[in-house]
Every structure is written in C-alpha cells, then in structure tokens.
Design a protein around this ligand. Structure first.
Ligand SMILES: *Cc1c(COP(=O)(O)O)cnc(C)c1O
Length: 384
C-alpha cells in the first residue's frame, strides 16, 4: 500500500476487485456452494441444467450449453458450425487474444478486419476487402461491453452465406437496437471468467444458439463426443469442456444480480463522463445510438497514455491497457502477413486506450476522485 499518494489522498483505488461482489451476495453464494457439497454431484448435474435454462431464458434463446471457458465456447461453437482447416474467419485484431486463438484452434485462419475508432468494434465497411473464396464465418466481438454493429454485420453475412459466432465475453446483457447480444448469430460464446460482468469463481463459459442441431453438436463435443444419456460411446471426436456444478450454482446466484450490476456500471460510467468531458486530448467512451452499453471496461483514449497511467499509479489509481499490442503484431500471428500499419484504426487505438477502474461495487466518490485527478493531470500537460 502506498504510504503517501501524490495528490495527498490515502486510499488506493483498484482497477478491479472481485471480492466486493462476493461480500454483497455472500449468504446466497455460500448457500449455493454448500448445497453442491451436500449433494455431492459435481459435473453435469441439476445446477448446470438449471443455469443453462435460466441463462437461456434471460437471453431469450432456445439453448445454452455450459462449458469450461469463453475460449472453449468459441471453439465449440465454430466446430459445431463446421468451421475447420482451410477456412477463413473474419474477426478483429483489437480484442482479447482468446478470440483469435479459438479460431486458430479449429484449424481455420483468423482474418483481421479494422475497427471503428469510436466504438472500437468491427467496422462492417472493412469486411468486404477481406473476403476470399475461403471465408466461412465472422466472429464479431462486443468489446468493452458495447454491441458491435449487428445490423450491418448480419446483412453482410447473409449476402455472402457466412456463419456468425458472436463473442459476448465482455457483454452479458448488452443490447443492440433493443435486442440482446448473443441472439443475432448462428451461435454465440460467453465467458464467465471471474472479472466478467457475469463471473464465476473459476473458469466457465457457455454457447447460446437457437439451432437444435448446433446445440446437439456442442453438447456432444463438450463431453467426449458422447450423445446425452449415452456414456462411453463417442459418436464424434469431442473434448472435455464442461461447466462444473459449483460454478453453475454460483452463476445462478450471480445471474439474478447481473442487470443491477450492469446498471451500476452504467451509473459509474456517467459519473466518469461528467468529470472528464470537454478535454481536448481525452475521449470518453461513446454509446452508439440504440445501444445499451454494459461497461465491462471503461476505456478512454488519451494522448501520452503510458505517462498518464504512470502518474495515476502515483496517486494510487490502478489502470490497465486493453490491449497493448494488436493480435496481428504479436509473435504468434506475425506469419499471417499483416504489415505494421495494415490496420490503422486498430494500431491507433492500441497506442491510446486506457481502462479506468470499473466494477459494480466501486464507490461513486472514488470514480469522481479518479475523474478529478485525471482531469487535472491532463490540464497540466503542455498541449502538443
Ligand atoms: C475473456 C474473453 C475471452 C475468453 O474467455 P475465457 O473464459 O477467459 O476463456 C474471449 N473473448 C473476449 C473478448 C474476452 O474478453
């Protein structure tokens, strides 16, 4: 703990904490965990079934299938849709690396499309240029909690007969034109990593789909290729990727508080915006018209980002950069042939983005303090 903070304050402000969410719902969570232990059924049981049903109802989808992580959910959804070796999948380079790694894991090649500089999401106008005879699918990412432009993306997919798997890992409960993300594509993938808007206390993920055949395929793939109710006989070559009962029981509790948590994030975002508006070298996040942004992250664009982050750290304020290097410039993806500068909006965003503290239980007063300190830092900087 810093002994003396530069602004004279005493309390550090963490970028993100998961414990306050537990403390807020401790009794319900403890009861849910105890019930699993007392029942002593740990994998693919009644909590998993109930969570799948409850999350499907929340989304308004026919099927939800739990699995081991958001990454696995992407892989399982793509495999269930027949995506594999030789196929190309359009996605973005400005995302968690999991998005691209999941596409690679199916044997397909991720093809990166540039982003919209305002929403940080896939720019549908950039899709056409990346289309080839091998393009089979699109994986749009609803980054930072804001829906991608699903109208234009779905229209492009229909025109070119492409499958769509939405990466909803950062956007549980977000909406585009009133419609919940995860309900547009052929399938969608959710992560329940502890820090996500709907977070478990370990790894977890889920695939959502309205397609009975895709659901059946995912349910076999996640459990060694066995048909439900027919153990020990592999119909297809599956994997082991199941959501365990402990995590499912915890997620059933957390799901009941998801909307309230998202509302709290939205309130904190408007407090930030109030304190940070009107600065020439800082851009606050924009909620695109018709969108319901759930602020998984509160990401500003700022000049001299690294210096600003260092100064904030001096005042005890935790920040992160999501993400410091675009995927197409990371060592594992250099052989995909993207030169420096080939995705200009993506590369600009990587230089400027800064994620400020954000989680539902964060105090308004702390957000106001971050806002004030950041504003005075920027006002003190010489204008370029
Ligand atoms: C977190 C995340 C994932 C991966 O989820 P895991 O559960 O950690 O595997 C995928 N895509 C995006 C955009 C994410 O933020």
């Amino acid at each position: 703990m810093p002994t003396k903070l530069e602004d004279g304050g005493v309390n550090p402000i963490a970028f993100n904490l998961t414990k306050p969410g537990y403390v807020a719902h401790k009794n319900e969570i403890d009861d849910a965990i105890r019930e699993v232990l007392e029942t002593s059924w740990f994998v693919l049981g009644k909590n998993g079934d109930a969570f799948e049903h409850e999350f499907a109802t929340y989304l308004g989808m026919a099927h939800v299938l739990g699995c081991n992580s958001g990454y696995d959910a992407l892989v399982l959804a793509l495999r269930a849709l027949g995506i594999g070796t030789g196929d190309e999948v359009l996605t973005v380079s400005h995302t968690a690396v999991a998005t691209a790694v999941a596409i690679s894991a199916t044997g397909a090649t991720p093809v990166f499309c540039d982003i919209d500089p305002v929403t940080f999401n896939m720019d549908p106008n950039k899709l056409e240029a990346q289309l080839t005879a091998r393009t089979r699918a699109i994986v749009p990412v609803h980054l930072y909690g804001q829906a991608a432009d699903m109208g234009a993306i779905m229209e492009f997919a229909r025109t070119h007969h492409l499958k769509v798997v939405e990466d909803c890992a950062q956007a549980h409960g977000a909406r585009w034109q009133g419609q919940m993300v995860g309900t547009f594509g052929d399938a969608s993938a959710f992560s329940f990593y502890p820090t996500k808007n709907l977070g478990a206390y370990g790894d977890g993920g889920a695939v959502a789909t309205n397609d009975d055949a895709v659901a059946n395929q995912v349910s076999m793939l996640r459990n060694y290729g066995w048909q439900p109710g027919r153990r020990y006989i592999s119909e297809i070559r599956g994997v082991n990727s199941r959501l365990d009962e402990m995590q499912a029981a915890i997620l059933r509790v957390k799901l009941r508080h998801l909307d309230a948590g998202n509302d709290a994030r939205r309130r904190l975002a408007s407090t930030y915006a109030k304190h940070l508006s009107g600065l020439p070298s800082l851009v606050v996040p924009t909620e695109a018209p018709g969108n319901h942004h759930v602020f998984h992250l509160y990401v500003v664009r700022v000049d001299a980002r690294d210096e600003v982050a260092t100064s904030l750290r001096g005042s005890g304020i935790g920040t992160h950069v999501h993400y410091p290097q675009p995927i197409h410039r990371q060592p594992a993806y250099l052989d995909h042939g993207y030169a420096d500068g080939s995705l200009p909006e993506t590369e600009n965003a990587c230089r400027e983005v800064l994620s400020l503290p954000m989680y539902p239980e964060l105090a308004e007063a702390d957000v106001a303090r971050v806002g004030r300190i950041l504003r005075s830092l920027i006002e003190k900087r010489p204008t370029p």
